[in-house]
Write a protein that binds this ligand. Structure first.
Ligand SMILES: NC(=O)c1ccc[n+]([C@@H]2O[C@H](COP(=O)([O-])OP(=O)(O)OC[C@H]3O[C@@H](n4cnc5c(N)ncnc54)[C@H](O)[C@@H]3O)[C@@H](O)[C@H]2O)c1
Ligand SMILES: [Zn+2]
Ligand SMILES: [Zn+2]
Length: 391
């Protein structure tokens, strides 16, 4: 029988999100219902609320989650009730032209649940990245559930579901960072710091963290940055050149989502170096206006990275193993745990740079009667900060 649960919904563009009762259908063929245990707040959730992804409101937000499979529909064989899983937004199809060429991490036809979750009035919800896990339960395609070692804390494990995986993979797979490389990471949020941690794990010799916020730079050092550059105070291109013998970095990762930062990353690169764009631009942003000869003359590669070119079935269990062995510190990304009705204030803290990741833990008691008041409006200052980032 369909269930009614609480979920965090963005009803309209730029409006504070609200806690709503949502209807989760029983899983149909190829689907699973997951009891969410924890879900991180990613900047992409805020992009959805701002209307910067698309206009398919109402959105059921949340997509960096871990939980327990409650039930599965007919024909599901990859998971069963009781499995501890991290949810992914790349349930590969196995049949598209990319999968058939043996490149499933680019799958062009990934699966989501076929049935819709709805509001009580029947309006269908658009789950963020096909997941929608700021909810007590969510309906996904079974392939979106990746079983991992139960010993991992859900708050930490869930972060692999998006930002941490995207940053790790942007450096590792899209950027191909390896031993001896120099790398600069622009934007040290959850995504950027995961790229830094990946570079450390790969043996990069120089890892330069760039941000506008001193607190973020301090945290970046804890993830493995060998040098930090405050782009609010100095020209990051000059600073990176100085730190790399005048040459620039082998790999520059843009983890902000802004044309001015992409331009910095482009010029902070050594000859034949690579720029990876993992930050998400809004639909109005334009590519930087660069002389074409600079692109040609410098060689190398400009690449965008969706989800770090990861393959969840390969990467999630591997990264959880590294985490459990103490080699990949997922716990360090968890700045705080919050209740479902505290997402707006978590957005606010994210914009102010106070947190790396706020993580909703579903069994944490909510603020109840205070919910409406606590759906903090984004302050003028925070909006200005967003405008700065979004151009
Ligand atoms: N490509 C993908 O698959 C993917 C997946 C997840 C997230 N993302 C995107 O990655 C980006 C980062 O996500 P996050 O969750 O880490 O966000 P975040 O808000 O936690 O971090 C962004 C960081 O960028 C810094 N910043 C802002 N402007 C800057 C500038 N001009 N120069 C240097 N640093 C600057 C901020 O201070 C902050 O520390 C977002 O755009 C998000 O949507 C992409
Ligand atoms: Zn495919
Ligand atoms: Zn995300």
């Amino acid at each position: 029988m369909a269930q009614q649960v609480k979920g965090v919904v963005a009803l309209a563009k730029k409006k504070p999100v609200t806690l709503e009762t949502i209807i989760v259908p029983d899983p149909g063929p190829g689907e699973a219902v997951v009891k969410v245990q924890a879900c991180g707040v990613c900047h992409t959730d805020l992009h959805y609320r701002e209307g910067a992804i698309n206009d398919d409101f109402p959105f059921l937000l949340g997509h960096e989650a871990a939980g327990i499979v409650e039930s599965v529909g007919p024909g599901v064989s990859n998971v069963r009730a009781g499995d501890f899983v991290v949810l992914n937004w790349r349930a590969v199809c196995g049949n598209c032209r990319s999968c058939l060429r043996g490149r499933p991490w680019y799958c062009f036809s990934t699966f989501n649940a076929t049935q819709k979750m709805t509001l009580l009035d029947g309006r269908p919800l658009s789950p963020a990245l096909g997941i929608g896990a700021f909810a007590e339960k969510t309906l996904v395609a079974a392939g979106q559930c990746t079983p991992v070692d139960k010993a991992a804390r859900p708050e930490a494990a869930g972060l692999l579901g998006c930002g941490v995986m995207a940053g790790f993979g942007a450096a590792t797979y899209t950027g191909g960072v390896s031993r001896g490389d120099t790398i600069a990471v622009f934007g040290c949020g959850g995504v950027g710091d995961a790229a830094i941690a990946a570079a450390k794990l790969a043996g990069a010799r120089t890892i330069i963290a760039v941000d506008l916020d001193t607190r973020k730079l301090k945290w970046a050092k804890e993830f493995g940055a060998t040098h930090v550059v405050n782009a609010a105070k100095v020209d990051p291109v000059e600073a990176i050149r100085k730190l790399t013998g005048g040459h620039g970095a082998d790999l520059c990762i843009e983890a902000v989502g802004h044309p001015a930062v992409l331009e910095q990353a482009f010029f902070a690169r050594d000859l034949a170096g690579t720029v990876v764009q993992v930050g998400v631009p809004n639909p109005h942003m334009r590519m930087p206006d660069l002389p074409m000869i600079e692109f040609f003359g410098r060689g190398g590669a400009l690449k965008s990275s969706w989800y770090g070119d990861c393959l969840p079935s390969r990467d999630f269990p591997m990264l959880i193993d590294l985490y459990l062995q103490g080699r990949f510190d997922l716990d360090r990304f968890v700045s705080e745990t919050i209740a479902l009705d505290e997402i707006e204030s978590a957005f606010h803290k994210m914009e102010q740079g106070k947190v790396l990741r706020s993580v909703v833990t579903i069994d944490k008691p909510g603020k109840g009667a205070k919910t409406k008041a606590a759906t903090a409006r984004v302050t003028t200052a925070a909006r200005a900060a967003t405008a700065k980032v979004k151009g």
